[in-house]
Ligand binder design. Structure first.
Ligand code: B1M
Length: 238
């Protein structure tokens, strides 16, 4: 006998009308959809929450970042694998694309310029992208170098764009030491004091940031914005 239980489940999933769900169930459904890498559903869910008056930052935190946290736990525990997590990341980016202009929509004059990139050997970019968006939202000009950046990329970019801040992201314990390579190169070239160097990424901490000679460790995107603002104020005062 053919077991068609899953077929029935799939069909009912297809029919699920996200707009008919109350907020809490919709958010839970979005966590599931993120887990399953369903980009279109994440885009739809994001739009529905916004249309219900949710601020972009709440959609980001409660629906997307929390969903990705759950994905991270099962990735760590060997329940999800790289191809699945890539699909989740792709779905998350679908939602972020909608939120980006809203988070950046402050009309503020640029209060500083930041070059940011994920370091060599590391292809994680969701957190870095979030930091970039939040910094834009706070009125910074952001030049995003993308992923897997050798020191030469950072040097070229700071030469070209003359930023106030150099931001580096790393998500792997194996790639975070590369931040020191970049900072040491700046020191060798006598350029270290020309820039505020901010670092971030899940495996980092304050102690590591101090040890490699960065100006500050930023636990998350909100802290990155606060720290950048504070450091810019110090720089202006000096
Ligand atoms: Co990867 N991965 N991954 N991964 N991945 C982690 C980081 C891991 C912790 C998963 C785990 O085991 N639990 C683990 C690292 C373990 C370790 O080093 N200790 C890991 C591993 C092992 C790997 C591979 C080696 C797996 C493999 O191939 N066997 C491989 C490495 C590839 C490489 O980079 N060379 C790999 C691959 C991948 C994917 C490609 C599948 C995908 C990345 C897709 C993409 O980014 N486009 C992926 C993902 C998605 C993750 C997890 C699940 C989620 C990361 C994320 O986006 N978090 C992650 C587990 C986890 O962190 N829970 C994991 C959401 C994001 C909003 O948070 O990035 O922390 P986060 O950013 C925050 C802050 O950290 C901070 O602000 C952000 C926003 O609040 N911040 C900054 C970040 N950068 C900043 C820069 C700043 C300031 C603040 O500058 C000023």
């Amino acid at each position: 006998m053919v077991d068609n239980t899953n077929m029935v489940d799939d069909a009912s999933d297809d029919d699920l009308d996200l707009a008919s769900l109350p907020d809490d169930e919709l958010v839970e459904q979005m966590h599931d959809d993120l887990y399953d890498g369903l980009r279109e559903e994440i885009i739809e869910g994001t739009n529905i929450l916004l249309s219900r008056g949710w601020p972009a930052s709440k959609v980001l935190d409660d629906a997307l970042v929390e969903g990705m946290r759950i994905v991270g736990i099962d990735f760590r525990d060997g329940i999800l694998f790289v191809p699945e997590v890539l699909m989740s990341a792709n779905a998350m980016k679908g939602g972020m694309l909608i939120l980006r202009p809203l988070l950046a929509e402050t009309g503020a004059q640029p209060i500083g310029k930041m070059v940011i990139g994920t370091v060599k050997g590391d292809i994680h970019d969701i957190g870095k992208n979030l930091v970039g968006m939040m910094m834009e939202g706070a009125g910074f000009d952001v030049i995003d170098l993308g992923i897997d950046n050798p020191v030469e990329n950072y040097l070229e970019a700071i030469e070209e764009h003359k930023p106030d801040i150099l931001g580096m992201s790393a998500l792997l314990t194996t790639t975070m030491p590369y931040m020191k390579v970049v900072i040491d190169t700046l020191i060798e070239k006598g350029m270290r004091d020309d820039y505020i160097v901010l670092v971030g990424g899940a495996p980092l901490n304050e102690e590591f940031s101090t040890a490699i000679g960065a100006d500050a460790y930023c636990r998350d995107a909100a802290v990155a914005v606060e720290t950048a603002q504070a450091k810019m104020a110090e720089k202006r005062a000096a």
